[in-house]
Design a protein around this ligand. Structure first.
Ligand code: ADP
Ligand code: MG
Length: 236
C-alpha cells in the first residue's frame, strides 16, 4: 500500500495540527468493530474516501476536528462511525439525553443523516432520533422520550424543544456541526451558540464544512479546542 504521505499527496489531503496520525487507507486498517465493518461491506463500499481515511484516526483519538471537503465526499460516515465507537465505549442511559448530537442545516439533510445512522448503527443497537422543522413536534417528542443515543437536529427545532425543556443536552460528549458553512449562511449562528451553551464543555467537537470562509473560521475558533484540520483538495 501507499505510505501515509503518498496517500495524502495522491488524494490532495492537507493536514494541520500536532502529530496528526496517518490516514487509514483500507477498512481493515481501521480496526472498526465487526458489526460496523459488516455494514460498510454490505453497503458495497470498497475503501474509505479520503476524508474518512484521514478524519477517522483523528476522531478516534478523541480530538476536535475541522474537516473541509466538498459535497459527496463521504463526510457523514466520517463523523458517524467514530461517534458509534464512542457510544460503544461509554454508553449513557439514552433516556437521560443523547450522547451524540449532530446539527444539520435542513430537514432533508437531517433525515438523510438519520437514515445513515439507523442503517449503519442498527446492528450495534444504536438509536437515533431526528428533530427538524416542517414536521409536527408530537411524533418527534414521542420518539425522543423513548430515548436516543444520537440526536440529529436542525438548530431551530432543537431550540424550540430545549425551550420546552423536553430534552437535555448535558450527556452530550460528541458534538458535530455538519455543513457548518451552510448553517451560518442560513443565519443559524445565534441558535448554534445557544445550543452549544447547553452542551458540556468537556466534549469532542467536529466541524464539517464544504468551504472555509472567515465566518466559519471564527465559530471554529470559538467552539473547538486545538483542532486538527483536514482539507481535501484546494480550499480558499
Ligand atoms: P457529503 O456529506 O460529503 O456530501 P455523504 O456522506 O452524503 O457526503 O456521502 C455521499 C455518498 O457516498 C453517500 O451515498 C454515501 O453512502 C456514499 N459513501 C460514503 N462512504 C463511502 C465509501 N467509503 N465508499 C463509497 N461510497 C461511500
Ligand atoms: Mg454531508
Amino acid at each position: 500500500g501507499l505510505t501515509g504521505e503518498a496517500y495524502r499527496r495522491r488524494h490532495e489531503i492537507t493536514v494541520t495540527g500536532d502529530e496528526v496520525p496517518p490516514p487509514l487507507t483500507s477498512f481493515e486498517a481501521t480496526g472498526f468493530p465487526s458489526e460496523i465493518l459488516k455494514e460498510v461491506l454490505k453497503a458495497g463500499f470498497s475503501s474509505p474516501t479520503p476524508i474518512q481515511a484521514q478524519s477517522w484516526p483523528v476522531a478516534l483519538q478523541s480530538r476536535d476536528i475541522v474537516a473541509v471537503a466538498k459535497t459527496g465526499s463521504g463526510k457523514t460516515l466520517g463523523y458517524l462511525i467514530p461517534g458509534f465507537i464512542h457510544l460503544k465505549r461509554c454508553r449513557n442511559d439514552p433516556q437521560l439525553g443523547p450522547t451524540v448530537l449532530v446539527l444539520s442545516p435542513t430537514r432533508e439533510l437531517a433525515t438523510q443523516i438519520q437514515d445513515e445512522a439507523v442503517k449503519f448503527g442498527k446492528s450495534s443497537r444504536i438509536s437515533c432520533t431526528g428533530l427538524y422543522g416542517g414536521a409536527p413536534k408530537g411524533p418527534q417528542l414521542k420518539e425522543l422520550d423513548r430515548g436516543a443515543d444520537i440526536v440529529v437536529a436542525t438548530p431551530g427545532r432543537l431550540n424550540d424543544i430545549l425551550e420546552m425543556r423536553r430534552v437535555s443536552l448535558n450527556q452530550v460528549k460528541y458534538l458535530v456541526l455538519d455543513e457548518a458553512d451552510r448553517m451560518l449562511d442560513m443565519g443559524f449562528e445565534p441558535q448554534i451558540r445557544k445550543i452549544v451553551k447547553e452542551v458540556p464543555a468537556r466534549r469532542q467537537t467536529l466541524m464539517y464544512t464544504a468551504t472555509w470562509p472567515k465566518e466559519v473560521r471564527k465559530i471554529a475558533a470559538d467552539l473547538l479546542v486545538n483542532p486538527v484540520q483536514v482539507n481535501i483538495g484546494n480550499i480558499d
